[in-house]
Design a protein around this ligand. Structure first.
Ligand code: SF4
Length: 220
């Protein structure tokens, strides 16, 4: 387990604020849930990207309370066509929730997607985007964020999603075998989950992005 380093967390929060993102610290999952509920107006249309963190924190269950118009992509009995429709509708939700594959100490969010419905909504559409991340996802810079995805985020996600990719077997991206591996290098699998590589830096709309750093290890 990584040590909880408050100096690093505060540095990251300060850098996020400089990049026009709101930053919060939650000691634990319960506190993170409380902050999210304060940021969610009753009756708002809300959706989220695929995220282990949102399940672990109980935030997904909270969205089912009936207080919100929850666009639930995992609702029982949905056809593939209905799920795709929810992805599209989510681009116009009032609030979008997500985690992030990495947060840098320079105040950037780094995400790599396959479908890319998640990064699309984070970038544009919803008026408010709430990002919940365990402190384990803080890295010094983008270079380390790229490495984090290739070693800690994508491989377990391919296992979870049952994708036949090289990293599902070996635990790290095949591109790391190359000496000068570039961020976008990867496998040729049809089930590759690393297709679009997004860095979110200084934002034009102040406080549209809200980042809650949780003092617990969460997600991949
Ligand atoms: S590019 Fe392929 S091998 Fe590399 S992390 Fe992504 S899914 Fe895994």
């Amino acid at each position: 387990m990584e040590k909880l380093d408050m100096t690093k967390i505060e540095k990251t929060m300060e850098a996020l604020r400089k990049n026009n993102m709101q930053a919060f610290f939650a000691e634990n999952k319960e506190k993170a849930k409380e902050i999210v509920s304060q940021l969610l107006p009753e009756g708002c249309t809300v959706s989220h990207g695929g995220s282990v963190t949102l399940s672990q924190t109980g935030i997904r269950d909270m969205l089912k309370s009936g207080k919100y118009n929850y666009l639930d992509r995992s609702a029982e009995g949905l056809t593939r066509a209905q799920v795709l429709e929810i992805y599209k509708k989510s681009l116009l939700a009032d609030v979008y929730l997500s985690s992030s594959n990495a947060v840098t100490e320079n105040g950037e969010l780094y995400n790599v997607d396959g479908n890319s419905n998640r990064v699309a909504a984070m970038l544009y559409g919803p008026d408010s985007v709430i990002v919940v991340v365990g402190y384990n996802k803080i890295v010094p810079d983008i270079k380390d964020a790229v490495k984090r995805v290739k070693t800690k985020a994508a491989p377990p996600n391919t296992v979870r999603l049952n994708c036949a990719t090289p990293c599902a077997k070996t635990g790290e991206c095949i591109s790391l075998k190359k000496e000068d591996s570039f961020a976008c290098d990867g496998c040729r699998s049809e089930q590759r989950i690393c297709c679009n590589f997004v860095v979110m830096a200084q934002q034009r709309i102040k406080d549209r992005i809200k980042v809650i750093i949780v003092g617990e290890e969460l997600g991949y």
